[in-house]
Design a protein around this ligand. Structure first.
Ligand SMILES: Cc1cc2nc3c(=O)[nH]c(=O)nc-3n(C[C@H](O)[C@H](O)[C@H](O)COP(=O)(O)OP(=O)(O)OC[C@H]3O[C@@H](n4cnc5c(N)ncnc54)[C@H](O)[C@@H]3O)c2cc1C
Length: 688
């Protein structure tokens, strides 16, 4: 037994702990595809932890953290290791804390309806248990077979049905977690005081270990409606998806495949229909695959031309509506059909969407044969408001084009924007192979593709990630995405984990300075979209995205009046008397419609703020992001304690559209902050 494991077992004789060689290999990494390249090159498990421990209760976790802090030992929380961004990359002096023995459902209250579930609960058994009581969480990531509740919360995960139920951050109403000091804190969502939950959600194990989550439930659907359309171009398809969400439709699933991806999906469907489980043997077809991937630039150009796009059958959109009210899905499909057909969509019937639902988990796991054949494959999920979506799509494709063959589908849509999921495959760049050999050339090509693609996404006004998170793979790009926000994230980490023992090295770059990149973020934030119709100097409307940017000092009633002139509204009960937008948000936006009534909608898409010490923070508008804590939570309901809102991007609504309403949900929206929350808020205020 190594000294770390020995120390651990002396301190916790009743806890299962291991430094077994096989365990240390198993916990040396997550599913970051770059690890697969290292394994293929003969370097498996280069980052083995010193020990692994399996706590069974919150008290175990708290005692473990206190022990680790007293010895300066780093801890890495571990769910199921399905993360794809190197969120788990330990060293020999690190202890992995595997939460899977904490997998109980503590309470399931059908009246509210809410479930409190421990962090180590796996996805599929959770949905089964909820289904037996007539409920669904509505969270179905493709990795549902191999991921945990704690991992979802820590990474801001998105499931396939996000169009109806939102992302995991839209489901969490309370968290229990253990801070880096070993304190157990209960955090509740609230509106009119600072809300700490959105700060821990997405913190990727760097601020606290999540031990349980209280999640909002929905009645399990009893009826579904399916539809599929083909479009001459991908843009016609996303215009249809945008119209659906902006007209109040909430398809649980809306997946738009660009022409090349649509062709691959059809092919996979046809193969599944005839011979379900027939993966190719490793090595088979390797030479052909490598030859194709040697000239990605030419292939991309060919595949993405309009002529070939049409020859491939155009873009394909699949939608699935679901509800516990049987009358809803058929009506919704009819409305979706009208929207699509008015945008040159041709009805393909129900079968493609039904087929997708049957095979919904089968695609993502088929990476191994590509790696075995000397190539690599990966995915990148980024989001932007609708008016920037074209720039994001073109910019990222252009950036990836020289190195890898790229396809894309659009899923996870919102009234104000959408996520694009790029899939790409590549191999060693021929000019590099001669200089550094096959394996190193593969890694270099892989790294170059990612670097250019993330740069292009940020340049286009997109996010660094929509639902996979940052980990260590994207941490070096965080300053370009968040600017001074990186220092705010570091301050949050210090407040929650002063000893810096929780997952060090994840989420933020290891070097301290962010000054060079601060301006990058500011520039994307304040750039008006090309489609904006500016009504006056204090208000800028991005009609395509149904967002309005307004100065913090604008009077709220004035803003509503100007929006009304443009046929739009903030849709709120206006408080009596003058009130600036900044002051209204600082109080938690009283009078605004409860955001829980529509999980995919949001009030604040982005903001510019001045921190208490005078630094500027700029969060450019995005429908959702998985880029660490949601820093807007420091300002909305923050009563100005952490800084001043200078400008804000708010969701605006068409006056002629009835806003959708999810099934009823009972929860105290404003519980008084408890002692633990107050202490954390004080620590944040001191550190900012
Ligand atoms: C085939 C495949 C398909 C995928 N599809 C999707 C998808 O559809 N949607 C999606 O969102 N993601 C998807 N992913 C990514 C991945 O499944 C998610 O990021 C998932 O949320 C990770 O959960 P996990 O339990 O495996 O976490 P892990 O990989 O174990 O950990 C991820 C990060 O969270 C931290 N962490 C884990 N548990 C806790 C805790 N209790 N407290 C604090 N920090 C914690 C870890 O330290 C790490 O930084 C996919 C991955 C694969 C391999």
């Amino acid at each position: 037994m190594n000294p770390l494991a020995r120390d651990l077992s002396v301190a916790f004789p009743k806890l299962r702990a291991s430094d077994d060689a096989a365990d240390r290999v198993a916990y040396a990494r997550d599913m970051w595809p770059r690890h697969h390249l290292a394994v293929r090159a003969g370097h498996p498990a280069e980052h083995r932890p010193g020990a692994i421990v399996w706590p069974t209760s919150t008290d175990d976790v708290a005692r473990l953290v206190r022990w680790a802090r007293s010895r300066g030992v780093a801890l890495v929380p571990f769910g199921a290791g399905s993360g794809v961004c190197a969120g788990v990359l330990p060293r020999g002096d690190v202890v992995i804390v595997d939460l899977k023995r904490m997998g109980r459902i503590r309470t399931l209250d059908p009246r509210t309806p809410l479930v409190e579930v421990e962090a180590g609960h796996m996805g599929v058994p959770l949905e089964r248990a909820l289904g037996r009581s007539g409920f669904t969480l509505g969270h179905f990531p493709s990795s549902i077979l191999c991921s945990t509740v704690g991992g979802w919360v820590a990474t801001r995960s998105a499931g396939q049905c996000s169009g109806a139920y939102g992302k995991i951050e839209d489901m969490v109403v309370a968290l229990e977690c253990v801070t880096g000091c070993g304190d157990v804190v209960a955090l509740a969502r609230r509106t009119s005081a600072p809300d700490l939950v959105p700060l821990v959600v997405g913190s990727e194990g760097t601020m606290a270990i999540v031990t349980s989550a209280t999640l909002r439930l929905h009645p399990a659907p009893t009826s579904r409606g399916f539809g599929a359309w083909s479009f001459p171009t991908t843009r016609h398809g996303w215009d249809s998806v945008r119209a659906m969400f902006q007209e109040g439709l909430r398809p649980a699933v809306a997946r738009l495949y660009d022409p090349f991806d649509a062709m691959l999906v059809r092919h996979a469907g046809a193969r599944a229909g005839t011979s379900p489980a027939r993966p190719r043997a490793p090595g088979m077809g390797g030479a052909a695959l490598r030859a194709i991937l040697r000239r990605p630039g030419a292939i991309n150009e060919l595949l993405h031309s309009n002529v070939v796009g049409r020859a491939l059958g155009g873009a394909t959109l699949l939608v699935v509506f679901e509800s516990a009210d049987a009358s809803m899905p058929p009506l919704a499909v009819d409305r979706a059909r009208t929207i699509c057909e008015s945008r040159r969509g041709s009805w393909l019937g129900e079968a493609p969407a039904r087929g997708w639902l049957e095979r919904r988990y089968s695609v993502s796991y088929r990476q191994a044969p590509i790696f075995a054949n000397g190539a690599f494959v990966d995915t990148m999920e980024v989001a932007a408001r609708w008016s920037k979506l074209g720039d994001l799509y073109e910019g990222v494709r252009r950036a990836l084009g020289p190195d890898v063959v790229v396809t894309a589908h659009f899923s996870h849509a919102y009234p104000d924007g959408c996520c694009i999921y790029f899939s790409f495959a590549g191999s060693a760049s021929p000019e590099l192979v001669a200089k550094i050999g096959w394996d190193a050339a593969c890694e270099a090509t892989y790294d170059r593709a990612w670097r250019s693609a993330l740069g292009a996404a940020i340049e286009a006004g997109g996010t660094l990630s929509h639902h996979h998170g940052v980990g260590r793979s994207k941490a070096p790009r965080l300053p370009a995405a968040l600017g001074a926000g990186v220092d705010v994230v570091r301050a949050l980490m210090r407040a929650f984990d002063p000893g810096g023992i929780l997952n060090p090295g994840a989420l933020v770059p290891t070097t301290m300075s962010t000054s060079t990149s601060m301006s990058t973020s500011t520039s994307t934030s304040s750039t008006p979209a090309s489609t904006n119709a500016s009504t006056n100097a204090n208000l800028l409307i991005d009609r395509e995205s149904l967002l309005a940017r307004m100065d913090g000092m604008t009077d709220l009633s004035d803003a509503e009046g100007w929006l009304n002139e443009a046929g739009l509204t903030l849709d709120l009960s206006l408080p009596s008397g003058p009130l600036t937008v900044a002051a209204w948000l600082g109080r938690g936006a009283p009078g605004a419609r409860d955001r829980l009534l529509d999980p995919v909608d949001q009030l604040v898409a982005g903001l510019d703020a001045t921190l208490a010490d005078g630094r500027s923070l700029s969060l450019h508008p995005a429908p959702r992001r998985a880029v660490g804590p949601d820093l807007t939570a420091l300002f909305v309901g923050g009563h100005g304690r952490f800084g001043r809102i200078d400008a804000v991007w708010l969701r605006v609504h068409r006056r002629d559209v009835l806003r959708p309403t999810a099934p009823p949900f009972v929860r105290d929206r404003d519980p008084a902050p408890n002692a633990g929350e107050r202490a954390l808020l004080d620590a944040i205020a001191r550190g900012l």
